[in-house]
Design a protein around this ligand. Sequence first.
Ligand code: SF4
Ligand code: SF4
Ligand code: SF4
Length: 272
Amino acid sequence: MRKYLAPLFMLIIFEAVAITLWLTKDNIFFLFNFSYIGLSISLGIVLFIKKYKHARRIVQLLVGLYMLIYLGIICNENMQIEGFWYYLFTGVFEAATIHYAVAKIFGPLLFGRGWCGYACWTAMVLDFLPYKSPSQPRRNLGWIRYITFTFSLVFVASLFLAKVGNIERIMFWAFIVGNLAYYAVGIALAFAFKDNRAFCKYICPITVFLKPMSYFSVLRIKCDKDKCISCGKCKRVCPMNVDVTDNSRKRKNGTECILCMECVRNCPKDAL
Ligand code: SF4
Ligand code: SF4
Ligand code: SF4
């Protein structure tokens, strides 16, 4: 039964957030929203424990499609980074700001970049592409993320400074256009670099939040050195080029781990 503590732990965390927000914000949407996400993630962990091959992808589709189609398109909530800036500037602690606080700023202290492995609707599409494990060395292009991050901030700040009317409508279209641009650039980069996750590694502005916070993550993949035979398979299958055999927090590309469990599934000695 001990193996089911992880999904239970995850469910309890999400339920605690769901109930707290429901009661403090007096809005039952939060109960539904975080319960749905918590249940989806816990289901995925149970499927993983049962060694179901597509466990992670099921969670990714359940959560990613819900956020993209229901929250983004139907409810007009811009959950992209510009939506976060917009709600932050208006001082509204609602969907996008709460989403960022839980999934991308404070949550990663607990579950690292679980968002990137199990919920992101951009990666949900990119993970269908053929280059699941990078076949080329990682490039030194991570600086681009700071440009996209700054651009999103300047874009929203300019709308406020210029006192543009109906920014909420602009945010809806920014969500649509931004997502289309992310998919186009992400797919082009994946084929150019033969790496599904090239967009995540070099372009995505959200990693500016995710990387420093996930450095301190409680949930981490660790290597049992007594079992490891240094075969290198874990590094070959890792989509994010993490040196997972090094247990230190400073391990190479450590803040890139998306907890996809490919290394764990492929280790011939169950060392991870
Ligand atoms: S790095 Fe960005 S695009 Fe990639 S999975 Fe994470 S949030 Fe999504
Ligand atoms: S796959 Fe397993 S045994 Fe091989 S290097 Fe990685 S941790 Fe060690
Ligand atoms: S393969 Fe392992 S080290 Fe690499 S991202 Fe997935 S869980 Fe993290």
